[in-house]
Design a protein around this ligand. Structure first.
Ligand code: N01
Length: 529
């Protein structure tokens, strides 16, 4: 039976674009469907003020093309959202990707036809296409979470969600603004909104840890050096658990004398960025070691924030790094501004949103604009919005009703020829996304090529292999402190979501090794038909 495409790819972010490029080069036909009107995924939607990547730009970039690496000029240590979006557009143009992308089109349903061994895909525009393979590249943090706070629809002013920000600039000058949430998106946007707004009120349910970015323009000499040694840097990054080239101090924090420990934290703090968590090797393994890092950050808050009550409220009480660490520019300092108020709602949820603001802890707060910096239904949210049905018409959302189960975070029993780029059960959000995306795309493209060479039309993981992998993902999570707190990693931010630590925390090198073993052993763990 003829099919329209070898593959349908869902999403034109960094995953979908590279997948299309790789498949084309191997002589496969593919069609990408993208909900937005342009490429870029996360960087297309997250246009809130101050949005930038918390991985350094020279590392948060594709490595599949040496020419692309050499010709693209990053201008800042941490690239802004507009710069990353320009990069995504440059990639789309340079590799002539747009002709195979249908924009402003969402996949509504994808159903596996067992008789014909193909996927029947339907879009919200009424397109119906068939494909041998469906490859999702929908991002891990792409389904915005709008909490069900009573009265949200009653608010008369504009409401913005950081994860779905308008394309035209939003100017808060002279406006009073309320912000709900203090995660990464809030921590990046609050300092900028505070500089514009007449007054900014921040509603904080959980105080968060953040380290300074110390962002700066990139020195041309540094860029020259990076460009001259990109391969070595990428290779080093592949040996690091997070796929980021920074030095991990092998020492234990608690076993290090106080003075020396403080020096190490201070040096990392002064350098800035996520490498703070690599100050010592056991910060996410030992409560005592973790507390030394948490105390250090709390001491910094105390130093910066002038009002002792505000400083106390801003001090995170939980484990540092358990929720994703944030990287900021001037976050704590913002709370010294006379036009910024922090409202601690840790002990009582917001009662309701009203026409002119919101009511919390028995008090009414008024503002002109409301910003929801309330995060995402992470890792599974976007996938499960699509009606994906595998063998026997079973829906993925039913299959995953007790939490996602996958083989390698890439494939699911009962869903033949479906691949999930950076899916749950893979390192994804715990790593630098770009190398993780490229590794998945390469795995999938090589797999499709092997299947074609063997004359195999269907690939599907076997139950035992999937169970074993799910076991490994769970065991790895249980060793670290990361699985112990209420974070989006475990789905705790979405009421009713099963509580499962979703990403694989064993590190990128171990994960790559596992994938390589599977391939070396002739796609061990998969049934080929
Ligand atoms: O979302 P979040 P985010 N009432 O879930 C609060 C990546 N990212 O968009 O902690 C009151 O972290 C919620 O409170 P609590 C990065 O991986 C990367 O900021 O659940 N408050 C929390 O404070 C990041 O981790 C960059 O108690 C409510 C906030 O909203 C991930 O995206 C930049 C509430 C949500 O924080 C998500 O970050 C930005 C309610 N009903 C984001 N519901 C980079 O730099 C939720 N909250 C690459």
């Amino acid at each position: 039976m003829s099919v329209d495409f070898d593959a349908v790819i869902v999403g034109a972010g960094f995953g979908g674009m590279y997948m299309l490029h790789r498949l084309r080069h191997k002589g496969f036909t593919a069609r990408v469907f993208e909900a937005g009107s342009g490429v870029g995924g996360t960087w297309y939607w997250n246009r809130y003020p101050g949005a930038r990547c918390d991985v350094e730009s020279v590392q948060y970039s594709y490595q599949f093309s040496a020419e692309l690496e050499q010709e693209w000029e990053w201008t800042e240590r941490y690239a802004t959202q507009p710069e990353i979006l320009r990069y995504a557009n440059h990639v789309a143009d340079r590799f002539d990707l747009r002709r195979d992308i249908r924009f402003e089109t969402r996949i509504a349903a994808a159903v596996f036809d067992e008789t014909a061994s193909l996927w029947r895909v339907e879009t919200d525009k009424g397109d119906k296409v068939t494909a041998r393979f469906v490859i999702t590249a929908m991002g891990c943090l792409s389904s915005p979470n709008t909490p069900k706070i009573p009265g949200l629809a009653d608010f008369k002013g504009p409401t913005y969600h950081t994860g779905n920000w308008p394309h035209e600039a939003v100017d808060f000058t002279g406006k009073t603004v309320g912000v709900i949430g203090t995660g990464s998106s809030a921590i990046q946007s609050i300092p900028i909104m505070a500089r514009q707004a007449k007054h900014l009120t921040v509603f904080q349910r959980t105080a968060n840890y953040t380290v300074p970015a110390h962002n700066k323009p990139l020195d041309p000499e540094y860029v020259r050096q990076v460009k001259a040694s990109y391969r070595e840097m990428r290779q080093r990054a592949r040996t690091k658990p997070a796929g980021i080239d920074f030095t991990i101090n092998p020492a234990s924090a608690i076993a290090t004398p106080d003075e020396e420990r403080r020096r190490e934290f201070e040096a990392r703090w002064t350098y800035g960025g996520l490498g703070f968590m690599a100050s010592f090797s056991d910060l996410l393994l030992s409560d005592e070691s973790n507390k030394t890092a948490a105390d250090f950050v709390r001491s910094k808050i105390r130093e910066v924030v002038k009002d002792p009550a505000t400083a106390e409220a801003l001090m995170p009480k939980n484990i540092i790094g358990c929720k994703r660490l944030c990287v900021d520019t001037g976050y704590w300092e913002t709370f010294n501004r006379p036009n910024v108020t922090l409202v601690d709602i840790s002990d009582e949820p917001i009662e309701r949103v009203t026409a002119s603001g919101l009511r919390a802890k028995g008090k009414d707060y008024g503002f002109d604009c409301l910003v929801l910096a309330t995060g995402f239904d992470a890792m599974t949210g976007a996938l499960l919005k699509v009606d994906i049905r595998g063998r026997g018409g079973v829906a993925l959302k039913d299959k995953w009703s007790e939490g996602p189960k996958s083989y390698l975070g890439l494939t699911v029993v009962g869903f033949p020829n479906l691949f999930t780029i950076t899916g749950p059960g893979s390192p994804s959000v715990l790593t630098n996304m770009l190398p993780s995306i490229e590794q998945h795309v390469d795995f999938i493209a090589d797999c499709l090529e092997t299947l074609r060479a063997k004359g195999v039309s269907v690939i599907e993981p076997v139950e035992e292999a999937q169970e074993a992998w799910v076991g490994q993902v769970g065991n790895a999570a249980n060793i670290t402190l990361r699985s112990t707190c209420s974070s989006w990693y475990v789905g705790a931010n979405i009421p009713g979501k099963p509580r499962v630590f979703m990403p694989y925390i064993g590190g990128l090198p171990a994960y790559i090794a596992a994938c390589e073993t599977v391939v070396k052993n002739d796609y061990e763990g998969f049934a080929l038909a």
